[in-house]
Write a protein that binds this ligand. Structure first.
Ligand code: 5GP
Ligand code: MN
Length: 341
């Protein structure tokens, strides 16, 4: 990585005092936190008179497409020319909710070559050092919570409103699994209390994200639960979904989001995995979740070309579905002592 002058928070404040062309980029396959933090930040920066464009590397699930500002989002791999133009014109690029440039997928080389000032806001482990200003905190519940702190650090909480709040709440709610994960702090709740006072409708946000399933998606959950296997000796549960099973339920982006958590809902299970066959990409997409000290980030990095957080990580395998499961079952033998605690 080339040498660059780092910015201080005061520098960032000064830069943002005059109107800038800003591009905001979340990670590939954006989730609730990626979209919530990006759109929340976009609304805030627009209120400060910046010219703001959110660009996602690829498409994102329908259950996030109601968040205010969605209709202005560009999808890089579908709107290539418009997106490239916006990135080339940008003075400032925010990268949100990812720790390494490769997590921007099809945007990676564009971002590597681009000379605009870059600001990273992210809560994933082992962040790369590509940004001029890096706000990284692995103890944060979500990047959306960090956007709130960022606005606060800039002395701009008076700009906070229910539109920004609705986007940020979506990210905080989804990344904490509805305030369940350990990184949910009293501060998280204080922020949410503030957003609530500003008029966000938490019931409606929850309905839009969790209770707007296509019937076929719920049927797919049935297949996933039917495929759930528990390895009692290892306090481990896993789910498989083959391409044929996905096709049978007319699978759409985002349908399998959250399925992996059902493994963790089984008594005594502390480690859960889901293996999803993606025939078009020639890979098995893997999601890993754990409770307590079992570190799935490390496991995903070492064995499945992935990463994430201690209790939630992802990765992939280029073996077949059956062989991936076989590898997994062999692998956990070597983690037996950690899993039996
Ligand atoms: P999910 O299982 O929901 O796709 O991802 C769980 C967490 O792991 C998220 O924070 C996500 O950003 C991260 N993650 C998922 N897949 C990958 C991957 O292939 N590489 C890395 N570094 N992180 C991933
Ligand atoms: Mn996140």
């Amino acid at each position: 990585m080339y040498l660059m002058k780092k910015l201080t928070l005061d520098d960032v404040k000064t830069i943002l005092n005059a109107p800038k062309r800003v591009v905001i980029i979340p990670h590939t396959n954006p989730d609730g936190d990626a979209m919530g933090s990006s759109l929340g930040l976009a609304h805030y920066l627009s209120a400060k008179n910046h010219d703001v464009q959110v660009i996602t590397p690829n498409d994102y699930p329908k259950f996030l497409k109601w968040i205010p500002g969605t209709s202005d989002v560009l999808i890089f791999d579908k709107q290539h020319d418009k997106s490239t133009k916006a990135i080339h014109k940008a003075d400032l690029i925010f990268t949100l909710d990812f720790n390494a440039l490769h997590r921007s997928g099809p945007l990676q080389s564009t971002l590597e070559q681009n000379k605009a000032l870059k600001i990273m806001i992210d809560h994933h482990q082992q962040p790369e050092d590509y940004a001029h200003y890096r706000y990284s905190d692995v103890n944060m519940s979500s990047t959306s919570e960090m956007v709130y702190h960022f606005i606060d650090q800039l002395g701009d909480l008076h700009h906070m409103n229910s539109t920004i709040g609705t986007a940020l709440y979506t990210g905080i709610m989804t990344d904490t699994a509805s305030f369940r994960f350990p990184l949910t702090t009293s501060n998280t709740h204080k922020i949410v209390a503030h957003l609530k006072d500003l008029g966000i409708n938490h019931t409606e946000i929850h309905n839009q994200v969790y209770d707007a399933n296509r019937f076929e998606r719920t049927k797919l959950l049935g297949i996933a639960l039917n495929n759930l296997t528990v390895l009692e000796d290892f306090k481990t549960a896993y789910i498989t979904l083959s391409q044929e099973e996905l096709d049978r339920c007319n699978h759409q982006k985002g349908d399998t989001e959250g399925f992996v958590n059902y493994g963790l809902s089984v008594q005594d299970v502390i480690f859960a995995a889901i293996f999803i066959e993606k025939k078009d990409e020639g890979i098995i997409k893997i999601s890993l979740r754990s409770k307590g000290n079992f570190d799935v980030n490390q496991l995903a990095r070492e064995h499945f070309s992935g990463g994430g957080h201690k209790n939630a990580a992802g990765g992939k395998s280029s073996l077949s579905l059956d062989d991936t499961v076989a590898k997994f079952k062999t692998l956990i033998q070597s983690y037996k002592s950690e899993l039996q605690l």
